[in-house]
Design a protein. Structure first.
Ligand SMILES: Cc1ncc(COP(=O)(O)O)c(C=O)c1O
Length: 405
């Protein structure tokens, strides 16, 4: 710790100047993590309700992941995607067993998994729907930061960024089945959505809407693609959020929690849709033994008896605590499912509240100016939820007393 401090002090230019400046970061360096807690270079502890943006589903440095990393690192890290490896086969089997879908393509990031889904849908359209290639996506949706996934996303700020945009995406409002119906043309091949729009601020697609969408896509012969990168792997209290609606997509993408902190993502599809020919899809690191061994460890933890019931219980407990805070501080209520929740602050103070919470040792995220988002480890305890609520209560109280704080 002392040597890191000395390095930071000794740095002639700003210590962070060799990093490309792509986001506003507090001048703090995290050096250790365990469960729901992070420690910075000065020894200050933070309660982490961001967890790498819903990535560290088992918390920081959980034993299951540390053990899987250690064992696999001694056996085989990588052998090229042109060859099978043991953890890759095992993880694909686990995903198939728990999702009911048949085949997996492994990727390194959510955006790459979504690119794969878009490519697979286009390929399927070229084979089975006379070249249909357009995908209906949703206003305020978020599918990643590659050019195609930015075009698929419905972030208003991205409308003209990095032009020219990748073509082939029609946007409609989330929840309006008649608008989806109207957007369908002979060129349409698929509908793609997040069951809960996480980056937009945690807005759930209604169960009836998801069922209507499944019926509509079946009737029209279109593919239904679920982006479960934020909602999958137990985040909402089920292995996959589509289970809440009692329907199944044709293609699903996973990321974030799948690797529990290691870069790992997946695009999963029904057998009948898997029409890639050799050479259509691939990538140097895809399915490497190291990452997929960690994915197996994560899936096995989530599949343990009682784990998902625990997520549901903690979700209800957190939601109840946030509802109470909302009433006390005249906020606008709570949205979300399981351990993906948002508090509607009722006014555009999210970034200031998140900054003050950070100063008090609590990490929460403000995905939109009027909301805070909570994505704790799925292993979070009641005591940690209580500690978080106490800090947030203080911060909201301080803000009400002095909005300039
Ligand atoms: C629903 C959804 N899709 C895709 C992505 C992109 O994933 P990645 O940042 O791993 O590329 C994210 C990331 O936040 C996401 O929440």
């Amino acid at each position: 710790m002392t040597s890191l401090n000395a390095t930071l002090m000794a740095h002639k230019a700003g210590p962070f100047d060799a990093l490309m400046d792509i986001t506003s970061r507090p001048p703090v360096v995290f050096v250790e993590g365990r469960g729901s807690w992070l420690r910075d270079q000065t020894g200050k502890d933070y309660l982490d309700f961001i967890q790498g943006w819903a990535v560290n589903c088992l918390g920081h440095c959980p034993d299951a992941i540390t053990a899987a990393i250690t064992v696999q690192a001694r056996r085989l890290i990588n052998c090229s995607p042109s060859f099978y490896n043991e953890p890759m086969i095992r993880l694909a089997g686990l995903i198939a067993r728990h999702s009911g879908l048949d085949r997996t393509f492994f990727a390194n990031s959510g955006a790459e998994a979504n690119e794969g889904a878009i490519k697979l849908a286009r390929k399927w359209g070229s084979r089975h729907r006379a070249g249909a290639h357009k995908i209906i996506t949703f206003d305020h949706g978020f599918h990643g930061r590659t050019l195609a996934t930015m075009a698929a996303s419905g972030k208003p700020q991205w409308e003209h960024l990095f032009a020219p945009k990748v073509e082939g995406f029609a946007k409609v409002p989330l929840g309006d089945i008649s608008q989806v119906e109207r957007a369908i043309s002979v060129d349409t091949v698929a509908v793609m959505l997040e069951p809960i729009q996480g980056e937009a601020g945690v807005f759930c697609a209604d169960t009836d809407f998801l069922r209507d969408l499944r019926a509509l896509t079946r009737r029209e012969g279109l593919l239904l693609i679920f982006d479960e990168i934020q909602t999958g792997i137990g985040r909402t209290g089920k292995f996959f959020a589509f289970e809440h609606a009692g329907i199944a997509p044709d293609i699903m993408t996973l990321g974030k929690g799948l690797g529990g902190g290691i870069p790992l993502a997946a695009m999963v599809a029904h057998e009948g849709i898997c029409c890639f020919e050799h050479g259509d899809q691939g990538g140097t690191f895809n399915g490497n033994a190291f990452a997929t061994a960690v994915g197996c460890a994560v899936m096995e933890e989530i599949a343990r008896p009682g784990f998902l019931a625990g997520v549901t219980q903690m979700g209800i407990y957190l939601s109840g605590g946030l509802e109470a805070l909302s009433r006390r501080h005249r906020c606008g209520g709570v949205r979300g499912k399981g351990l993906l929740l948002a508090l509607d602050l009722g006014r555009a103070i999210g970034p200031q509240i998140a900054a003050e919470a950070f100063a008090q040792g609590l990490l929460v995220n403000s995905p939109r100016p009027d909301s805070l988002r909570f994505m704790p480890a799925l292993t979070v305890t009641r005591d940690e939820i209580d500690q978080m609520l106490r800090i947030l209560d203080q911060v909201l109280g301080k803000w009400a007393a002095d909005p300039t704080c």
